[in-house]
Design a protein around this ligand. Structure first.
Ligand code: ZN
Ligand code: ZN
Length: 318
């Protein structure tokens, strides 16, 4: 299955993104012959390209990448070369001095091999944190080595988190019945939603090592909404924030659209309990011919790829 997903990502990259074959191979399935320098240069080039994409296409590519182990594989290699506290004595580059992706692509500073890898790793890591925070976060939760966890967390919280939180809070905006306010001094976002006479206030707290550790979501005040619906909304806000790559502002907006769709009477997908799919933002469209329930294509893809062949709800053959 992984093989197939990788193949799909490679052909998408070649056909739709116009990537060269070598670049696609270096990104999606680097072999034993691919040097670390080549991988870092390829990723610097690819990330520069991803930064030019709008929200929709970027989300699509990130969702595609998540079906492969391209990002987690790269991160596991990169972290060994980051100028973390334990390594800094040996490395000549300091983390305060992260070079740009462009510098990594062209090596305009004519860095030696070791310097290039250290600085390139830091630059690519920074861009991944920015472009796909949820993917980096889920890779981080899989790490078993405690020393490594602590090194990466320290490095990230000192060198990357303050900048990232600043960028996140800058993009926060209110829409329709949704008022969103950034509290810069507390690294929090307050969301107020009003519907008729009912109001709801949610606080999103960004942790000190964001986005490695997940954001926290809490209600601070509720008025007029039932307990079941509130619980559902809290879970769906968490899910949008943790499962999608993109900004917090995006996640809040997706959550808002999900709530609005619920008031319009759209039924949620019985697999992920959401109307808007939390990672790829599609609506439930695949309908079971027997029970009539509608599911997201990506939720059904996951279901079928676990070897199942029946409807998750009524168990009839799909
Ligand atoms: Zn679903
Ligand atoms: Zn069914």
């Amino acid at each position: 299955e992984a093989e197939e997903a990788d193949g799909g990502a490679v052909s998408y990259a070649l056909a739709k993104l116009g990537m060269s074959e070598i670049l696609a191979e270096n990104i999606f399935r680097p072999g034993g012959g691919t040097t670390l320098e080549a991988r870092i240069r390829s990723w610097a080039l690819f990330s520069s390209y991803l930064r030019t994409l709008g929200r929709g296409p970027l989300n699509y590519v990130c969702a595609l990448l998540r079906q492969t182990d391209a990002v987690s594989g790269l991160l596991s290699v990169l972290v060994a070369h980051l100028p973390t506290p334990g390594r800094r004595a040996k490395a000549t580059a300091s983390p305060e001095d992260v070079v740009s992706l462009r510098d990594v692509v062209t090596n305009s500073r004519y860095l030696g091999e070791e310097d290039y890898v250290t600085r390139g790793a830091a630059a690519v890591y920074r861009s991944l944190l920015h472009l796909m925070p949820a993917s980096v976060g889920s890779w981080f939760t899989e790490i078993k080595n405690r020393q490594m966890i602590s090194d990466i967390e320290k490095y990230t919280s000192v060198n990357e988190t303050p900048r990232l939180i600043g960028l996140e809070l800058e993009t926060i905006s209110s829409r329709g019945d949704l008022e969103v306010v950034a509290l810069h001094n507390k690294s929090q976002v307050v969301t107020r939603y009003r519907k008729d006479d009912s109001t709801l206030e949610l606080v999103i707290k960004l942790p000190g090592s964001f986005p490695l550790r997940p954001v926290e979501v809490e209600f601070t005040s509720t008025f007029g909404f039932g307990e079941a619906v509130l619980r559902k909304w809290l879970l769906s806000m968490r899910s949008f924030l943790r499962n999608q790559d993109g900004t917090i502002d995006d996640a809040i907006y997706m959550w808002y659209q999900n709530v609005e769709k619920q008031f319009e009477g759209v039924e949620e997908c019985p697999i992920c309990y959401s109307i808007i799919q939390p990672s790829d933002h599609t609506l439930p469209k695949l309908k079971c011919r027997t029970c009539g329930n509608k599911f997201h294509s990506s939720c059904m893809f996951k279901w079928f790829s676990q070897g199942k062949a029946t409807c998750p709800m009524c168990r009839s053959l799909w």
